[in-house]
Design a protein around this ligand. Structure first.
Ligand SMILES: [Zn+2]
Ligand SMILES: [Zn+2]
Ligand SMILES: [Zn+2]
Length: 157
């Protein structure tokens, strides 16, 4: 038995399809149980905000992991033969943005947005003024190199 993070009802109140719909995060492509409550809220908000009421679709950009984008429909002149769709569809990727500098966040920042308080690593480092704490807070911190770079930059000041 587990509680749904979307409608807050028990898993038994869902069929399989609805459960996946309610508990699969389109932003980071993970299950709701891989999120803290706060992180889940942040990711869902980022998607809702990014989609702005439009349809969403899965998307993969370059070498990045799969994420989500909103569907932009371009009005195209209908061809005289009446063939083909009148629309051209483009999928615009949705990102979570740093609450401080408004830059799009990377995978690590998105995954740890609850710990980082919605900040990107750069802003977080500046905010806390010590990047060492990152390693304590995020045990399997993947981007050690990035962290080191921030530290060097800060030491140069
Ligand atoms: Zn639900
Ligand atoms: Zn997520
Ligand atoms: Zn930032």
């Amino acid at each position: 038995m587990s509680k749904c993070k979307t409608c807050l009802k028990d898993s038994s109140k869902h069929n399989k399809k609805l459960w996946i719909e309610h508990n699969w995060c389109p932003l980071c492509q993970k299950n709701s149980k891989d999120h803290s409550d706060k992180l889940w809220q942040m990711h869902q908000q980022a998607v809702v905000k990014g989609a702005n009421g439009k349809k969403i679709r899965p998307i993969t950009v370059g070498f990045a992991r799969s994420s989500v984008g909103w569907v932009k429909e371009w009005n195209m002149p209908v061809s005289t033969s009446g063939q083909g769709s009148p629309y051209r569809i483009e999928i615009i990727p949705i990102y979570q943005y740093c609450t401080q500098c408004s830059l799009a966040m990377g995978d690590i920042e998105v995954d740890n947005a609850d710990v980082l308080d919605g900040l990107c690593l750069k802003c977080f480092a500046e905010y806390t003024e010590q990047t060492d704490s990152l390693n304590d807070k995020i045990p399997n911190y993947r981007s050690y190199e990035y962290c080191k770079k921030i530290r060097q930059r800060m030491e140069m000041r």
